[in-house]
Design a binder for this molecule. Structure first.
Ligand SMILES: [Zn+2]
Length: 134
């Protein structure tokens, strides 16, 4: 057992390992596998296997520079989507106590208490005042 452990450690030396894209590919694999549980599609099955293979291949890769560059490209796509999803979650969580409005001057999103009527609001980011209706 100790010999196996040493061989495994020697095998893993210099490997790229996990990053955000690795978890993203696992997420794609998981979602496709879940959908394919109902759809029973060969294409979905192949796509989920490809996502899993790609994740494992990247994990074992020794070309760190290329994997890092791939991860940067992935993050450029993932970050805006993740921020939007987090915002939707917050908006749903606060639906009874707050309303979210966009500043008319700097487009910042402002959280306001849920009080019906017309209000004048000062944007905490740019300092401009504008009217909102809740
Ligand atoms: Zn503003």
């Amino acid at each position: 057992m100790n010999k196996f452990k040493q061989k495994l450690i020697a095998f893993m030396i210099g490997r790229y390992g996990m990053d955000e894209m690795y978890f993203g590919l696992f997420g794609v694999w998981f979602v496709l596998t879940l959908i394919n549980g109902f759809a029973k599609s060969t294409l979905l099955n192949m796509l989920s296997a490809a996502a899993l293979t790609w994740a494992l291949w990247r994990f074992l890769s020794r070309n760190h520079a290329k994997r890092r560059a791939e991860n940067e490209k992935f993050l450029k796509l993932w970050r805006p989507l993740k921020n939007w999803l987090m915002f939707q979650r917050d908006r749903f969580r606060d639906r009874k106590t707050a309303r979210y409005r966009k500043c008319k001057h700097c487009k910042a999103i402002i959280k306001l208490p849920n009080q019906k009527g017309k209000h004048t609001v000062r944007c905490p980011k740019c300092g401009e005042r504008f009217d909102v209706r809740i």
